[in-house]
Design a binder for this molecule. Structure first.
Ligand code: SF4
Length: 177
């Protein structure tokens, strides 16, 4: 395995990660996971998503790095954007927040590249994620929606019987439901 084929994958939740890991491994990437999601509204919800991510990492045999939960700092980052609709300015800021943290962690751990499961969701615009990523060292622009990635994530997460949340993550996305 060449060093260049190592990638740190930001995991938003285990459901989304399933198909992304499969896709990266099918192109011979050596994958490690990073759970950093301070956008999630409560500690309880953060732990629920982390629990399934731990299960997935163990099941596939991947290293999982876990970040601290710092929702207060995330709230400061999106201050003034609370009423924005999903896919609006708050989400762009949220992507920026998480991607910058993943870039920092990838650098710290010596990964030559990193990417994110966020692009698998039909609720996220991959183009916006790539616009942010292009300024971050090591960002690998993978559109996991392609090749029916989202459908595959549904199939795989059902097989694992993972908890499936009905909102994106922050309190503002929960309120809109
Ligand atoms: S809706 Fe999702 S992507 Fe948008 S700000 Fe909230 S947690 Fe982040």
């Amino acid at each position: 395995m060449t060093v260049e084929k190592k990638v740190l994958l930001h995991v938003c939740c285990a459901n989304c990660a399933t198909a992304c890991i499969e896709m990266l491994q099918s192109t011979n990437y050596e994958v490690a996971l990073f759970f950093t999601n301070s956008n999630i509204d409560t500690d309880e919800e953060f732990k629920k998503r982390l629990k399934d991510t731990r299960h997935l990492a163990r099941h596939i045999g991947l290293v999982l790095y876990e970040d601290l939960y710092k929702h207060g700092i995330w709230l400061q980052a999106v201050e003034g954007l609370e009423d924005e609709p999903e896919k609006g300015k708050r989400c762009r800021k949220c992507f920026e927040f998480n991607l910058m943290r993943v870039a920092e962690k990838a650098g710290e751990l010596g990964f030559p590249s990193f990417t994110t499961t966020l692009t698998v969701s039909p609720h996220k615009t991959s183009k916006v994620i790539f616009e942010i990523g292009q300024y971050l060292k090591g960002f690998l622009p993978v559109d996991f929606k392609k090749q029916n990635g989202f459908r595959r994530s549904l199939e795989l997460s059902k097989q694992h019987d993972f908890y499936r949340q009905n909102y994106c993550g922050c309190e503002f996305s929960r309120e809109k439901k």
